[in-house]
Design a protein around this ligand. Structure first.
Ligand SMILES: C[S@@+](CC[C@H](N)C(=O)[O-])C[C@H]1O[C@@H](n2cnc3c(N)ncnc32)[C@H](O)[C@@H]1O
Length: 225
């Protein structure tokens, strides 16, 4: 599916993508890197006490969350296995134009491209601490094909008013069944309806203060038995 996509700058200087057809951005215009660090790394990954963390991302997109996770893995010496699901993989020419590697402390400037050049559908070791499998599939049809359980889920779909089919009770029920005990799901979204669906799925849900420019976000935890 060919979509028109534009590169834009956000308030912290980092790029995001804009999809005119949906009238929707890939990240917060208040700061793409800032929001991703806050919602997924600080409120998610840093709350995981395990040394080996299995992560699922719904909406791999630009790979910004994967890149930030790879950096945190190196820093905290946690081993990460990452599964990124993306129905519309982005062209590498577009990825090369994004400025994420400029301000981030990467040991190797090629790491970001390595994430994107990694083959789809198979496991790829990117660093000693980070491996990834990318699935070019429709998340709403993935159903029971997700084999493993996940300690952490980055729920980063387009907003519910733009893409309501990604924010359903069936999807959150499936995600709950694929979350390990004590596992966490984080999302930038703070809508009441999303919070209630996460609760009905079985998660304990907290509202946290949002990243700059957003009042709140949600973090859901699957209680230990
Ligand atoms: C908010 S953007 C995510 C951005 C991404 N996490 C990043 O940092 O660039 C939502 C992503 O979900 C993807 N997407 C949309 N519908 C999907 C579907 N049915 N299955 C899987 N991914 C989908 C979009 O193409 C887009 O990349």
């Amino acid at each position: 599916v060919e979509r028109k996509i534009l590169i834009e700058s956000t308030a912290d200087g980092s790029n995001t993508l804009f999809v005119p057809e949906l009238d929707e951005h890939y990240h917060s215009i208040n700061g793409a890197v800032q929001e991703s660090k806050y919602v997924f790394i600080e409120a998610g990954l840093r709350q995981c006490s395990k040394d080996y963390v299995s992560i699922l991302e719904v909406g791999f997109g630009t790979g910004l969350n994967a890149l930030l996770t790879l950096l945190e893995a190196e820093k905290s010496k946690k081993y990460i296995h990452y599964c990124g699901v993306e129905l519309y993989p982005l062209p590498i020419d577009l990825i090369r134009k994004l400025n994420y590697t400029q301000d981030l402390p990467l040991s190797d400037q090629n790491l970001y491209l390595k994430l994107h050049e990694a083959d789809w559908g198979i496991n790829n070791n990117i660093t000693n601490f980070f491996s990834i499998i990318k699935l070019a599939e429709d998340f709403t049809r993935l159903e029971k094909n997700l084999s493993d359980n996940f300690d952490l889920i980055y729920f980063d779909a387009f907003a519910p008013d733009k893409q309501s089919e990604m924010w359903t009770q069936d999807i959150f029920d499936l995600l709950y069944s694929k979350t390990t005990e004590g596992g966490i799901l984080t999302t930038y979204c703070a809508k009441g309806i999303v919070r209630r669906m996460l609760q009905s799925a079985g998660y304990i849900v907290e509202r946290l203060p949002g990243p700059p420019g957003k009042r709140e976000m949600l973090r859901a935890v699957k209680r230990d038995k």
